[in-house]
Ligand binder design. Sequence first.
Ligand code: DP6
Length: 322
Amino acid sequence: MKFKSKAHANIALIKYWGKEDEELIIPKNNSLSLTLDALYTETEVEFIDSKDDIFYLDDELQDEKHTLKISKFIDLFRKKSNNHDRVLVKSYNHVPTAAGLASSASGFSALAVALNKLFRLNLDKTELTRYARKGSGSASRSIFGGFVEWEKGYDDYTSHAKKIDDADWDIAMIILVLNDSKKDISSREAMKKTIETSPLYRGFTESSAEDIKNIKEAIKNKDFKKMGEIAEHNAMKMHATMLSSNPPIMYFKPDSIRAIEKIKQLRKDGFEVYYTMDAGPNVKILCRDSQIENIVKKLKKDFDSKQIIISKVGNDANVREI
Ligand code: DP6
């Protein structure tokens, strides 16, 4: 028996930045994301007669450290099913360029839905968001397509993701790839340092609760402007909080600022464009699908076409037998 799954990356409009429980990955605040069609992971799993799990990423055999991370995740499924067989995992990250966008979100989400089949667990999607969460927090949101909220909850059971809206109302995202070198500090490490040292952290979590409430209202009303403005503000609050850590954590590069200035100009020119950034220098543009062609034309004046990834809205993660 062999299964192949597919899960898409997601970009948070309201950010997850900080854990209440590091072991179970329970976050400090709710987050909300858009699932992206263009960026995804495909994962094949099968049982093998071996002492250890074996993990290939993009056809490269992974070392002990990386395999151990995957093995710990598979242990959750072994425990639940009481089947202690070892697994061969082959994952492929589909990212249009070497963008440094290879996401743990699509990776753990794809692995969760594949292992659910392999171990014959029949977990439903909500339950799968809890499993994916324990691989990487943001992976909980990649189980679903469209707009997805990860409810922080207060324990393993209550911390899960749910679909808010299909996002099938003229929405798309453009990713501006601005730097593909490896990041100085991982998001896992950076969020921990932020909680420990930033005097502004409380402000971030408190205002995120407001942002979640307001953005859900905007989504419900299909109010693109309000949604974009809230997302932009939320992202910058996260970065301001990081910047106020000691030592400061900065993911901006000069090109990130250049991109933001360009987006502001595009907005003045009448395009519905809003920016967001995560734990890296790339800038993501929330925009109207119907305006993509003209926006890209304008972006190409300042950026190389290889730096521009266009994405529609992605669907739920899926799996099939192969
Ligand atoms: C800035 O989900 O990668 O992208 O749970 O430690 O694996 P871990 O962190 P991860 O953090 C994502 C942070 C973010 C914001 C977001 O996606 O909500």
